[in-house]
Design a protein around this ligand. Sequence first.
Ligand SMILES: *[C@@H]1O[C@H](CO)[C@@H](O)[C@H](O)[C@H]1NC(C)=O
Ligand SMILES: *[C@@H]1O[C@H](CO)[C@@H](O)[C@H](O)[C@H]1NC(C)=O
Ligand SMILES: *[C@@H]1O[C@H](CO)[C@@H](O)[C@H](O)[C@H]1NC(C)=O
Length: 295
Amino acid sequence: MASSPPPSRMRCVLVMALLVMAMAARTSTAEKKLLFDQVQLTWGEYHSFFYMDGDEDTLALCLDETNGSGFASKDSYLYGRFDIDMKLVANNSAGTVTTLYLMPEDVPWEYHDEIDLEFLGNVTGEPYTLHTNIFANGVGRREQQFRLWFDPTEDFHTYSIVWNPKHILILVDGVPIRDYKNDPATKMPFPTWQHMRLHGTIWNADDWATQGGRVKTDWTQSPFFAYYRNLRVTPCVPSPGVPWCGAEPAESTRFEEDLDHEALRRSKEQHLLYDYCRDLIKSGDKVLPMECTQD
Ligand SMILES: *[C@@H]1O[C@H](CO)[C@@H](O)[C@H](O)[C@H]1NC(C)=O
Ligand SMILES: *[C@@H]1O[C@H](CO)[C@@H](O)[C@H](O)[C@H]1NC(C)=O
Ligand SMILES: *[C@@H]1O[C@H](CO)[C@@H](O)[C@H](O)[C@H]1NC(C)=O
């Protein structure tokens, strides 16, 4: 017997009133950049919405059985620091994936660059996994996964990507968890030339996301909401006299100054769950990628 469609209250709703309230409240937060002005909805726009939470304009992305949703920054950037506050799907989030990533406009796959954070949901009471990957020139397979040290559904936390010519850093509440180096010695590709936009999405990935795909999305719990706010974009600043970050001389230590090696070491020890650099099976050719065996 065919199962009947879920009642419509389980679908995302278009909350126009909240959007109107958010617009009306703009004057009171004139100093601060509104997320509403910084991003555009790119996907499932009919069921994501902005609302004011105190003086924070907040974007709720919604996932239901019909669709997920997503946004992209209106501006694109070549190097910079991106900080945003996110609160993830609460309770039974199994099968859902909430993302934050940098990616260029449509380019052929051989030019595909991406700096990717994916928050893999879980059944109530079990922890999220933060899955990260870096693509350069169409090649990814640089996955590292982390266990967060707090419940990311209880409150907003700050997730950051620092991207400069020498490093890609991922930080959680200011704590660096991942550092991917542009090291000429390894000849690994690194995103160095394309402007990228910041994206956020929520989608259904219950074929693989939770406990290896064994736990499926429970649509009776839908709609699922993930919240974003307080986007801060800080363009990369080169050394005095250098026209832009990409022209920084090779011997410059500009991009090493803020690196906290000790904090990175601690994160690896305490929060790292999976590391492609330790995965001989996945690397296929029986040798670890070159960047894994440097330092
Ligand atoms: C989901 O959203 C995309 C983009 O907005 C749209 O093209 C697609 O038709 C939607 N899918 C469903 C099932 O509504
Ligand atoms: C999560 O579960 C708690 C307790 O049942 C409930 O109060 C809360 O509204 C739920 N949150 C969401 C986002 O469904
Ligand atoms: C979900 O919870 C299980 C059990 O604690 C854990 O093994 C798994 O890593 C968690 N995360 C995901 C995405 O499956």
